[in-house]
Design a protein around this ligand. Structure first.
Ligand SMILES: Cc1cc2nc3c(=O)[nH]c(=O)nc-3n(C[C@H](O)[C@H](O)[C@H](O)COP(=O)(O)O)c2cc1C
Length: 369
């Protein structure tokens, strides 16, 4: 078994454009036990060269054709035993080549077998692999033998549930025989929209049982928002670990939160994330994208951040933010509500209630507006 232990963990989900280096560090600061990077496709990482960044003490994978484009950045001192690199691939050969390139810098490689986006599925990657189980198994076997064993790191897979529990169980029985160290199941079917509730009931306990019979941990994903949720699903379905996406994208302090309302004020998250983005030299457009996810649309800060174009301008906005009262708004409290809001953003008619948070006690005290 590789050094990374996937059991008993509350982990950050892979999220494209969100799960970049500074965001992962913030998730770790707030108590995430392991952090998944965003999916990176095999050819993309193969087009990169590995550079030791002496200034930041990071390892950077930058595009060979344009060294200013950092595709993956990590700091072994801060996350080597915690970061899982998620790979998008439809080929055992390319998977092994791509995974071998980063293997020495990460704790594990995860195969994305759940992304429903056209880009992934039409080229046989992501959820496309659920339709080609022989290929999915071949990729995992190749990764286990040629990367996991060689570099002594974990190999895992993230799937979605299939149309019926029986079909899903049949697939999982094959996957756990490949030698993987963990299996994550996102409890939504491929066509389900993010705002639809996850449906663990007929699936999750059975999947966990199959994983345990093979001696590997089962990580549950779908609508987990806090530690209480994690404890509940552990008890209810017998899973070992849980993975959080949207609730972390709404307020990354959810990893420290006992209940979903226990999160820190958005202004604290924004300030901390900004500092990490700046100190790790994260590309400003990506930093801005992440900061805006945490900033309520109704706050004047939203426009100020949106208009900023550099860390110099960002510094001015953060100085203003430092003078603001800590606030948390309604949309940060419930990941599912956030999903609905994302879909409605074009018309932006949402009602935003501000809630004052007593930061010292962490207790929500009043609704205002
Ligand atoms: C912004 C965003 C980006 C995502 N990117 C990825 C990805 O790169 N790889 C992946 O396997 N899933 C990706 N997902 C799916 C999540 O990892 C997770 O499976 C899904 O959101 C369900 O978890 P939740 O109910 O906690 O949100 C993404 C989700 C979001 C919201």
């Amino acid at each position: 078994m590789p050094p990374v232990n996937y059991a008993g963990k509350l982990v950050l989900a892979p999220m494209v454009r969100i799960g970049e280096f500074p965001f992962r560090l913030l998730a770790l600061k707030y108590g995430a036990d392991l952090v998944w990077g965003p999916e990176i496709v095999d050819r993309k990482i193969l087009d990169c060269k590995r550079v030791v960044n002496d200034k930041l003490h990071t390892i950077d994978y930058v595009l060979a054709s344009n060294a200013s484009q950092v595709i993956f950045r990590t700091d072994k001192r801060l996350e080597k035993d915690k970061v899982i690199f998620q790979l998008g691939t439809a080929s055992p050969e390319l998977a092994v080549q791509a995974a071998s390139k980063v293997a020495a810098d990460v704790a594990g490689i995860d195969l994305n077998s759940g992304c429903p986006k056209h880009f992934s599925v039409h080229s046989g990657m992501g959820a496309g692999l659920l339709k080609t189980p022989d290929k999915l198994v071949a990729i995992l076997e190749a990764l286990v033998t040629e990367v996991g064993k060689k570099f002594d790191i974990g190999i895992s897979v993230k799937i979605r549930i299939l149309d019926t529990p029986e079909e899903t169980f049949t697939l999982v029985r094959r996957l756990v025989k490949t030698g993987i160290s963990a299996l994550t199941v996102h409890c939504r079917k491929v066509p389900m929209r993010p705002r639809e509730r996850a449906i663990p009931d007929e699936y999750l306990a059975g999947i966990a049982e199959i994983c345990h019979a093979a001696g590997i941990p089962c990580i549950a994903n779908g609508d987990v928002t806090c530690r209480d949720d994690f404890n509940r699903i552990k008890k209810q379905y017998g899973v070992d670990s849980a993975m959080i996406a949207v609730a972390a994208e709404s307020n990354v302090s959810c990893f420290a939160a006992k209940t979903k309302n226990d999160v820190k004020p958005w202004s604290e998250i924004v300030k901390n994330l900004y500092d990490l983005c700046k100190s790790t030299d994260n590309h400003y457009s990506n930093s801005k994208f992440m900061l805006l996810r945490f900033t309520p649309g109704k706050s004047p800060m939203y426009q100020r951040i949106a208009q900023s174009k550099s860390y110099k301008q960002g510094d001015e906005v953060m100085a203003e933010l430092a003078n603001e009262q800590p606030q948390v708004n309604e949309r940060q409290l419930d990941g599912n509500k956030r999903k609905l809001e994302n879909e409605e953003r074009t018309t932006d008619k949402r009602k935003t209630a501000k809630i004052n948070l007593d930061v010292s006690s962490g207790v929500t005290v009043s609704l205002v507006g």
